[in-house]
Design a protein around this ligand. Sequence first.
Ligand code: LLP
Length: 424
Amino acid sequence: MHSPVPFSLLPDHAAVDPDGMLTVAGVRIDDLVEAFGTPLFVYDEEHLRARCREAVEAFGDGVAYATKAFLCKAMARLAHEEGMHLDVATGGELHTALAADVPAERLVLHGNNKSIRELRMALEFGVGRIVIDSFDEIDRLESLHETHGQIATALLRVTPGVEAHTHEYIATGQDDSKFGFTVSTGVAAKAVERAMASPAINLIGIHAHIGSQVFRLDSFRSAAKVLADFSNPLGLAELSVGGGLGVAYVDGEETLPIPAWGKIVLEACAEAGVTARITAEPGRSIAASAALTVYEVGTVKDLEGIRTYVAVDGGMSDNPRPVLYGSGYETFLPRAVQADRTKAVRVVGKHCESGDVLVREAFVPEDIAVGDLLATPVTGAYGHSMGSNYNKVLRPPVIFVREGEARVVVERETYEDLLLKDLG
Ligand code: LLP
């Protein structure tokens, strides 16, 4: 017997209409589907704004939204309007933020392999901070300095040697990492020395990101300790602790709110004697539970005595997280939000491979049928942003809802879009 989907996993302004239909910010899901079709990403705009405000409140000016979690022009503008800086990890994210009129000085450029082109772009536009990740990057900044004369305002990324206790693919704080400079081996100290001596670099701080979807608060505390010991003697102005706050995806998981996370990080830094200004880069905790994905059920295949497969009209192209990280999701029918979910099924997509699973062990109401709308909550981060066109499936639109109004911020792709760059 599985209870209804917990409301804590739904956007802040989710509610249920008298006839049982889910609404977000006063808009019925069936009306959205009527207007925009399926699959569909539905974001509660006020939820996004509230999380941004919490981050600014917790860390003060300088805290950056990690755009890799979810980025389009509307989101870049929203985070900027709410007072956040933006962390961009590639030229493409940088381009998108600039296209949304976010001032370059509010941007932080990341990346473990920034190209000359990306670095040049950042310097020309006057990006606020470049986070240096390798000696090769220092070489590149120096050669750009020689030819163009620009000086990079920079943080230097270090790996504090801390286990984040998260999925291997998203753990980044351990010594064995492609990111940053290792503290424990003394390489980070050498990198700081070189950056400080370089005419191409104005080093203003240290950066570390231990991993993503981190629930263990002791990991953040240990990182703070190592970072304090490393950065205090340098006397630099800033220390960014990255992002990583874990969010609840399924029933029974508990999320720490952003203010509580901020408090823990700041206290740990204070205890460790950090004198620099602390900043952070939350991504998932801003966007994840702001959205849900709505699909239409196309087939219900009952393999007697084995399993029931429920296939929807999206899949690994709009949410590759289950396939990549084995991530779990809840699922429910927006027409019956409060119904008990007693039927065990596997929710799969429409892609041509068996790995295309959205929810491995899903529970849905007994009367699920072809034509039903089916939703997965907590898809606001790393869903749309990691989407693909595998099997030439069209990427879904993104709809923002607020105070009873819906607006399309990213349109559904068309078959013509698929061929835009195909010269035949
Ligand atoms: N700062 C840096 C330098 C990062 O690399 C990341 C995430 C963040 C901030 C934001 O972390 P968050 O607050 O979102 O945990 N695709 C994976 C997550 C990859 C995270 C990569 N870096 C997933 O779907 O779980």
